[in-house]
Design a protein around this ligand. Structure first.
Ligand code: CP
Length: 306
């Protein structure tokens, strides 16, 4: 089985069959992560470079672990300490690295569209590990895997994405992917943090958590980007927590337990209370484990189809 594209740039337009193939393949790789020896040979002889122009903990480490577990040779690049600090462009950086005979590139970049640009200047397979406020496809895939594990199916599942939607690549990839898989998506947050016309993507918009909580199976709580506070998009962290912070008191009003998700890093007791983050309905650490399986799946499917 093969994916339709030789790159993973985003979930916009990805078919239900391709998403299902990635999720099903990840289930097999998750079994490998339970073994004493967590290494298999399919990417032996392939060289993968992780180009991270923005900071990352989960995505960078899990891509590297996934690559090593598939027996690839791995090179890590961080913009700080590289010739980017001397003014080298993305195009030159990528073409010079490719001249060293690499097969796949994983890129995180602050500019939306940077991975798409790379596909025009290098021959390697390109995987988007987060581009600006555009897409973060492997995060949405690991979120879908976690929801499918917990609830059995994504069809008809009701998920609300809470918080800073306008600056979030996680939100956009989740909306594209989950809609394709038949889930019902809503977003909730202050009007200043919800993009205009988001309803055109087929999502409902709420501005009060109390209104949405009775109607959802899962809340995907996004990090409030503290740097946004200076731009006046919300009055204070205390106000934000009061109205949009997901707390035990608010979710306890639901008739059924709600699955609590967060892509990390968490601002504890700002967007999500610490007791919920560590509580019985939190799947936050399962998301991290599934991230490794999803990245193995994507690397395997792209790296073995050339
Ligand atoms: N969820 C996520 O992308 O986390 P990192 O920024 O730590 O990679």
């Amino acid at each position: 089985m093969k994916l339709q594209s030789r790159h993973l740039l985003g979930l916009e337009g990805m078919s239900k069959e391709d998403i299902t193939l990635i999720l099903d393949t990840a289930v097999s790789f998750k079994e490998i992560l339970e073994r004493p020896i967590k290494k298999v040979p399919p990417l032996q002889g392939k060289t993968i470079v992780n180009l991270f122009f923005e900071s990352s903990t989960r995505t960078r480490i899990s891509f590297e672990l996934a690559e090593r577990r598939l027996s690839a040779d791995v090179v890590n690049f961080a913009a700080s300490g590289s010739s980017v600090s001397k003014g080298e462009t993305l195009k030159d950086t990528a073409r010079n690295i490719e001249a060293m005979k690499i097969d796949m590139v994983v890129i995180r970049h602050a500019s939306s569209g940077a991975p798409h640009f790379l596909t025009r200047v290098v021959k390697a397979n390109v995987i988007n590990a987060g581009d600006g406020a555009h897409e973060h496809p492997t995060q949405a895939l690991l979120d879908m895997m976690t929801l499918r594990e917990k609830h059995g199916s994504l069809e008809g599942l009701r998920i609300c994405i809470v918080g800073d939607i306008v600056h979030s690549r996680v939100a956009l990839s989740n909306i594209y992917g989950l809609k394709t898989m038949g889930a019902e998506i809503s977003v909730c947050g202050p009007a200043t943090l919800i993009p205009r016309n988001i309803e055109s993507l087929g999502v409902k918009v709420y501005h009060r958590l109390e209104e949405v909580i009775p109607h959802v199976d899962a809340l995907n709580v996004l990090r409030i980007q503290l740097e946004r506070q200076k731009s006046g998009l919300f009055p204070s962290l205390r106000e934000y927590h009061r109205y949009f912070g997901v707390t035990k008191e608010k979710v306890d009003r639901a008739l059924m337990p709600i699955t609590i998700m967060h892509p990390g890093p968490i601002n504890r007791d700002v967007e999500l209370s610490a007791d919920l983050a560590d509580g019985p309905h939190s799947v936050i650490l399962e998301q991290v484990t599934n991230g490794e399986a999803i990245r193995m799946s994507v690397l395997y499917l792209l790296g073995t189809s050339n």
